[in-house]
Design a protein around this ligand. Structure first.
Ligand SMILES: Nc1ncnc2c1ncn2[C@@H]1O[C@H](COP(=O)(O)OP(=O)(O)OP(=O)(O)O)[C@@H](O)[C@H]1O
Ligand SMILES: CC(C)(CO)[C@@H](O)C(=O)[O-]
Ligand code: BAL
Length: 284
């Protein structure tokens, strides 16, 4: 496995690769969720490239860019064990954002106009940063396939739309969410949780299970379902619910009245202490 930290070396190396490439973009601090993405890529592709880059353009000034968990030596060990061929981990922000950088990619999926309770609405800067850096990584790496986690459902929808709209020749593979035994979705930011908060963090999964239960019992009223889930969240001291959204998994447009018979995604997000957590479930 080779670690590459600058653009010139990466581009030189890339120009010599003729086999098919699977790309796994990450922000590091790798866990079982990331490992599932890497394993899928390893199964499908001759060459696996993992990128590790904490992308500043997707963080708002009040967010955790400076404190985001990091562990490059640990990440390299995991990549080595999983048979990754190259890790591209730019050693400064300027590798991807040189002075004068001012071109961004903006996708309109799930912006507040169509979904006032979504990641796009709560983190208005976010998908512009994500789409921009992923487009850059696609241009630099030129992968055949790229792997993303279902945990970040709206991110998957944005990237799937972006490759269509910008004619990027990359197959997007969405990998199911990997969970802890008690249902909590694995996430680098789980590292922020205290022991007490960690116990409470199952609330997101419990809300999603409740949604499934209510739907199976015949509840089709969007607002009643939201209310039930919000009531459950309110029982957990210290959990600040940001939203419950019941929407289309591709367009992220919110359903307003009735849950349709297919294409229904329930997304939840909230904070516990310093950790902002998200999760989702497909109802039908
Ligand atoms: N539990 C998980 N199951 C499957 N994929 C995951 C999981 N957690 C993260 N991923 C995916 O791994 C990729 C890299 O994500 P990232 O490095 O931001 O980790 P993260 O755990 O999502 O971090 P954060 O705590 O910032 O949300 C993304 O495509 C993301 O969806
Ligand atoms: C896709 C990504 C690596 C872009 O920075 C990031 O948003 C993530 O880790 O999910
Ligand atoms: N996995 C999403 C990255 C972020 O929240 O910034």
């Amino acid at each position: 496995m080779q670690l590459i930290e600058d653009l010139e070396t990466f581009l030189n190396t890339r120009s010599r690769i003729k086999e098919d490439i699977g790309l796994v973009p990450t922000m590091g601090f790798l866990h079982e969720g990331h490992k599932a993405l890497i394993r899928e890529a390893r199964k499908d592709c001759s060459i696996v490239i993992v990128t590790i880059f904490i992308n500043p353009t997707q963080f708002a000034p009040n967010e955790d860019l400076d404190t985001y968990p990091r562990n490059l030596p640990g990440d390299l060990e995991i990549c080595e064990q999983l048979g990754v061929d190259y890790v591209f981990a730019p050693n400064s922000f300027s590798v991807l954002y040189p002075e004068g950088f001012c071109t961004f990619v903006e996708c309109k999926i799930g912006l507040p106009e169509t979904n006032p309770s979504s990641e796009g609405a709560f983190r208005p800067h976010f998908f512009r940063g994500v789409a921009t850096v992923v487009a850059k990584l696609f241009n630099i790496v030129r992968p055949n396939k790229a792997y993303f986690g279902q945990k970040d459902a709206q991110q998957c929808a944005v990237i799937q739309r972006m490759v269509i709209d910008l004619n990027q020749n990359v197959d997007i593979v969405v990998v199911p969410t990997v969970r802890e035994k008690d249902g909590l979705a694995m996430s680098s930011r789980n590292a922020y949780l205290s022991v007490e908060e960690r116990e409470k963090a199952t609330i997101l999964y419990r809300m999603l299970q409740k949604a499934k239960e209510l739907y199976t019992a015949g509840m089709l009223d969007v607002n009643r379902m939201k209310e039930e889930l919000e009531n459950l969240a309110a029982q957990v001291d210290g959990f600040h619910l940001h939203y419950v959204s019941i929407c289309n998994p591709k367009t992220f447009k919110e359903y307003e009245n009735q849950i349709p018979s297919c294409d229904t995604l329930v997304c939840v997000a909230g904070t516990l202490g310093k950790a902002r957590l998200i999760d989702n479930i497909l109802l039908n």
